[in-house]
Design a protein around this ligand. Structure first.
Ligand code: DGL
Length: 262
C-alpha cells in the first residue's frame, strides 16, 4: 500500500502523527526523523532545503501518496520551493496557528514560541501580517527546548531557563493566547501550560494538519476504504536505538526503527 510519509528533524512530527493515525486508521505511514541534521532550527536554510528535497525524492521513489512536513521550521524554509520542484506528489506543510489564535484571543495579545529559524522567517512574518495585522503578536524562540525534548536522559523542561525567560516575557506582555510554532512543543504542552499560567489558551496545529491530510486525500480519491489495519514504519537518519527510546517515551510504542541512509 502507498504510505503517507511524515518528516521532522526528530520526534516533533509525533504531534501530527498521533492525530493523523487516529483519524486515518486504515492508512500506512512512514515516519522519518532526520536526526543526523537535528536541530533544523539551528541549520542554514540551504541545508534544511537540501534535506527536505532529498527525503522528498526518497518518498517519491517509495511511491508515497503524500509527503507531510510535520515540522514548522522545514515548512517555512522549504515548502514553497519543494512544491515547485516536486509537483508529482501532494505536499502538506505546517505553520503556527496564527489564524486560530486571532479567532480565540479576547484581549488581542498573542504569543508565538518557535525555533530561532522560524522566528526569523519571512514566511511566518507574512502569516502574521496577513491574519493578525490588527493584533499584538509577540514572538520568542526557545533555544535548547527541542534538544531537551529529545534528550535521552529526559531533562525536565520546566527548569530550562530559555523557556522560563520566553514565557515570563510573554506573561509580562499579558498574552491570553499562545501558539506552539514548533511541532516538538505540544509534546511538553503541560509543562508549557504550567509556566504560562492556566489563563493562557495554548494552541497547536497537529489536529488541523491531520484534518487537512484527510481532506486532500479525499479530494484526490486516494483514501483507503478497506478494513486494512494501517501500519507504521519508523526511520531515522542516525542512531535508531536512541530513536526507539523516543518512540516509547512519546508514543508508548515498542518499535524498532530503521536507519535511513539519505
Ligand atoms: N520540529 C521542528 C519544528 O516544528 C523543529 C525542531 C528542530 O529545530 O529541529 O520547527
Amino acid at each position: 500500500m502507498r504510505p503517507i510519509i511524515l518528516l521532522d528533524s526528530g520526534v516533533g512530527g509525533f504531534s501530527v502523527y498521533k492525530p493523523a493515525k487516529e483519524l486515518l486508521p486504515n492508512e500506512d505511514f512512514i515516519y522519518i526523523a532526520d536526526k543526523k541534521y537535528f536541530p533544523y532550527g539551528d541549520q542554514p536554510a540551504k541545508i534544511v532545503q537540501e534535506r527536505v528535497f532529498s527525503i522528498a525524492q526518497w518518498a517519491i521513489e517509495n511511491k508515497a501518496k503524500m509527503f507531510v512536513l510535520a515540522c514548522n521550521t522545514a515548512t517555512v524554509t522549504a515548502v514553497k520551493k519543494l512544491r515547485k520542484k516536486y509537483s508529482s506528489i501532494p505536499v502538506i506543510g505546517m505553520v503556527p496557528v496564527i489564524k486560530t489564535c486571532v479567532e480565540q484571543t479576547k484581549n488581542g495579545k498573542i504569543g508565538v514560541i518557535c525555533t530561532p529559524r522560524t522566528a526569523r522567517s519571512a514566511y511566518q512574518k507574512e502569516l502574521i501580517t496577513r491574519f493578525a495585522n490588527d493584533k499584538n503578536v509577540y514572538i520568542r524562540s526557545c533555544p535548547g527546548l527541542v534538544e531537551s525534548i529529545e534528550s535521552i536522559k529526559g531533562h525536565a523542561v520546566d527548569n530550562l531557563s530559555e523557556l522560563q525567560k520566553a514565557l515570563l516575557y510573554l506573561k509580562n506582555k499579558n498574552i491570553d493566547t499562545l501558539a506552539l510554532g514548533c511541532s516538538h512543543f505540544p509534546l511538553v504542552k503541560d509543562n508549557i501550560q504550567n509556566l504560562a499560567g492556566e489563563n493562557v489558551l495554548i494552541l497547536d496545529s497537529g489536529g488541523a494538519v491531520s484534518r487537512h491530510i484527510k481532506r486532500v486525500l479525499k479530494n484526490n480519491k486516494d483514501l483507503y476504504k478497506s478494513n486494512h489495519k494501517g501500519r507504521t514504519q519508523f526511520y531515522t537518519t542516525a542512531k535508531p536505538s536512541e530513536f526507539d527510546i523516543m518512540i516509547k517515551r512519546y508514543l508508548n510504542l515498542k518499535s524498532r526503527s530503521k536507519l535511513l541512509r539519505v
